[in-house]
Design a protein around this ligand. Structure first.
Ligand code: GLC
Length: 756
């Protein structure tokens, strides 16, 4: 339940317009009761009771079930003079409770728990940022607070430069403010943090469609692969070494003088042919497109933009001119619907004609070179969907609107296939259109830690489809660091190796055979887990469930989790903890409550404590929650390489119940939105001498696979009998006591494995 506290008074309020809030969440509400007494107004929802005091507009929020105080204003809503820029800031201050922790805020490269820290939100090109760099590429002004076992969220939907102080300046106060705009914030109550995140994601929007399955494969990138022969050499090597890979990227050098929507014909004489040949070999081509349009009267895109008045202008009239890769550029005003429409149309040739499958939007903060503030001056004007304003207000959403326009182009021209877009800059809600990466990181162990934190933090900020430049963008990793980074990266929803290339190579085979074998092993694991990953994307898309769960999100009641950063749950069943130090043979890690199987050897652990886990360079601490049924594919070199007639179900015995799901569809296209999907729910019931699995099926899609191969883990009894849908079957047929596997028809309803 969320409640918009944008208090309306009959004065000069702005038009209530937001780029963040998704269409369906703009209207309607659940149960709402409003009462009034002398002192206050009282608003009652299903989950919350909200008191607004008449004398000072201060707000107190209580849990409607047990009346506990969840959140209260300190000074509350007020204006304050800004010492830095003059003028007034719009500010909110809240009481920080004893033991309160704070999480969220997008891509901040710091400890997951934000308590005691202050942050700024201003989308910034941040080459080689570090742990203390703030702000960086994204602005996601949403956080969750957690105290006394209960969690709530606040989304401050204000696009001006904003700040959050989590009990840093004053121990008992948490505040947030912005250099303009209104105190327009949403209060979202859990009490479960996972519900808070899901509700925020619902409010700002889930991805508009599933990604094509290939987009969840492994991606290879570099600045830059050229000419064509180099691209082919790299892709051929993947196939030769049998390292799975689905996407190959072309960075800025594929263009003619860095002019977007052109090709350097010397390096790429026949792009259509090359893209087709790559595609025949299973590679999807993704190309970069930046916002800066080179000032050049012989360049059609520039001319068109100029003639139609599509470029941003300064307050006093001239165009906004700035230097980026092509030299002096003008920049489309993506906040104008007509401009977005034009921009989306520019993708026709790339996508429809040439066959490019994905577009990578970069430098869309917008980044400007050789100026101290790295971006537009504040006076630049924007349309803001017919709410004209200066760059102070539009800056944080500029990149989002560019990615949106790009997405619209891909959606149109890739049809009936699904679009794939990746962006660097983002504001809340950008997850509706695109995936993202964490920008120009560095090949260092510290950055491996940062990548882990950022991916988790983005997931708890509504944006799951994220990954880092695996191996580091700037500088070159040692083989060991590269291997450890791959081991983490294959558990991020977006999985791409990228590097600046000026410090040497960064392909999986660069670091010698031992590392190549480790890298292959983990990329293969990702490809095996694709059905699990796809299912977790489907949960994200349907329910707003984050695809990565930090331990606090997984189990907020266990206070041990409140300050953990390294361990996370991938999907909802697999616990992962990266190795983030050199020369490690393993590490200490916290196992959350419950019982877990070591993925590599099936050893069983009771959680709720820290343990040492062995993980030499070719391994990584991975645990599976007891009772889980994990679906697995055979290894493929790319999505769709093999016809998959059988899915392996890794089945982990538990004394008790557990539910697992398996989602499938055509892996591309939109048929799934018309009911042509297959959703299977497996209910596992483990007893002392029996294991029962019930399957519930829905959806009209006929899956390619026909059978399941169950692999049983941790069965505490010797099997004497097997019944499928009430019929006993012979076990010679199912080999259950041989290698503990059992092959059954995919449409079974109830399976009983009975012990002596
Ligand atoms: C920026 C991007 C990087 C890209 C480079 C050249 O630094 O963040 O990923 O490779 O520009 O386009």
């Amino acid at each position: 339940m969320y409640c918009d506290l944008d208090i309306q008074l009959p004065s000069n309020f702005e038009n209530d317009f937001s780029y963040a809030i998704t269409e369906h969440a703009r209207s309607g509400y659940n149960h709402l009761e409003i009462n009034e007494d002398k002192e206050k107004y009282q608003i009652i929802t299903q989950k919350l009771i909200c008191h607004i005091y008449k004398a000072n507009l201060k707000v107190k929020l209580y849990d409607a079930v047990d009346n506990t105080l969840i959140n209260e204003d300190e000074l509350g809503f007020h204006w304050e003079e800004s010492y830095e820029y003059g003028g007034n800031i719009v500010k909110m201050s809240k009481t920080s409770h004893d033991g309160e922790s704070y999480y969220g805020l997008g891509d901040k490269p710091v400890h997951l728990n934000l308590k005691g820290k202050r942050f700024e939100n201003w989308v910034t090109d941040s080459y080689a940022y570090g742990k203390s760099t703030d702000p960086i590429y994204k602005t996601i002004p949403f956080f969750t607070g957690l105290h006394h076992g209960k969690s709530y969220g606040i989304f401050f939907d204000n696009t001006f430069r904003s700040f959050f102080d989590f009990a840093q300046e004053r121990k008992k106060v948490t505040s947030f403010w912005a250099q303009g705009g209104e105190m327009n914030y949403y209060f979202i109550y859990g009490p479960k943090m996972s519900d808070v995140v899901a509700n925020y994601t619902d409010l700002t929007g889930k991805p508009h469609q599933l990604p094509p399955l290939w987009a969840l494969g492994y991606h290879q990138c570099k600045w830059s692969y050229y000419p064509e022969s180099k691209v082919k050499e790299v892709t051929a090597k993947f196939r030769e070494l049998k390292i799975p890979c689905d996407a190959i990227y072309l960075d800025i050098d594929y263009m003619d003088g860095f002019r977007c929507f052109t090709w350097n014909k010397e390096y790429f004489p026949d792009p259509k042919k090359m893209v087709k040949e790559l595609s025949d070999d299973g590679f999807k081509t993704v190309v970069i497109i930046d916002p800066g349009i080179k000032i050049d009267m012989d360049y059609a895109v520039f001319k068109e933009g100029l003639e139609n008045d599509y470029f941003c202008k300064r307050a006093d009239g001239p165009h906004m001119k700035g230097k980026v890769w092509p030299g002096e550029c003008y920049f489309p005003d993506f906040t104008k619907p007509k401009v977005r429409e034009w921009w989306s149309g520019l993708f026709k040739e790339l996508i429809e004609e040439i066959g490019v499958k994905g577009v990578w939007n970069d430098m869309n903060e917008p980044a400007v070179m050789e100026v101290p503030n790295k971006t537009f001056p504040n006076d630049v004007r924007h349309d803001y969907d017919n709410n004209p304003c200066s760059h102070r207000k539009a800056h944080n959403i500029y990149g989002m609107q560019m990615a949106r326009a790009t997405y619209q182009g891909l959606k149109k021209f890739a049809y009936p296939k699904r679009p794939f877009v990746i962006t660097r800059a983002a504001y809340s809600g950008t997850q509706r259109y695109t995936s993202s990466w964490t920008g120009d990181n560095v090949a260092s162990w510290e950055h491996l830690w940062i990548a882990n934190v950022q991916a988790q933090r983005m997931a708890m900020s509504g944006f799951s489809f994220v990954g880092s430049d695996i191996g580091g963008f700037a500088e070159q990793p040692e083989g060991e660091l590269f291997a450890r980074w791959i081991q983490l990266g294959v558990f991020h929803p977006f999985c791409r190796v990228h590097s600046s290339g000026d410090h040497g190579e960064q392909e999986p085979w660069t670091f010698g055979d031992e590392i190549t074998d480790i890298v292959r092993k983990f990329i293969e694991l990702r490809y095996q887990l694709l059905p699990y990953l796809y299912t977790s994307f489907w949960h994200y898309l349907n329910d707003g469930t984050p695809m990565l769960k930090s331990l606090v999100l997984y189990d907020q009641e266990d206070i041990q989790t409140h300050y953990r950063t390294d361990e996370f749950v991938f999907g909802d069943k697999i616990l992962v903890c990266p190795i983030i130090e050199a020369n490690a043979k393993g590490r200490r890690m916290y196992i959350p409550k419950g019982t877990w199987y070591n993925y590599w050897n099936d050893k069983i652990f009771k959680g709720g404590k820290e343990i040492w886990v062995d993980a030499d360079i070719d391994s990584l601490p991975i645990f599976v929650k007891e009772g889980s049924i994990l679906p697995k594919y055979p290894v493929q070199q790319y999505v769709g390489e093999k016809k998959i007639d059988e899915i392996v179900l890794e089945t982990y015995y538990k004394l008790g119940n557990e539910v697992s799901t398996l989602y499938d569809d055509a892996h591309d296209g939109y048929d799934y939105t018309k009911g042509r999907y297959s959703l299977r729910t497996f209910k596992l019931v483990g007893k002392k001498d029996e294991l029962i699995i019930q399957q519930h099926k829905s959806g009209k899609f006929i899956t390619e696979y026909k059978t399941f191969k169950l692999k049983l883990h941790g069965l505490p009894f010797k099997v004497s009998k097997i019944q499928i849908d009430n019929e006993e079957i012979l076990f010679e047929k199912v080999k259950v006591n041989g290698d503990n596997t059992l092959i059954i028809d995919k449409d079974f309803t109830e399976l009983h494995i009975i012990g002596d």
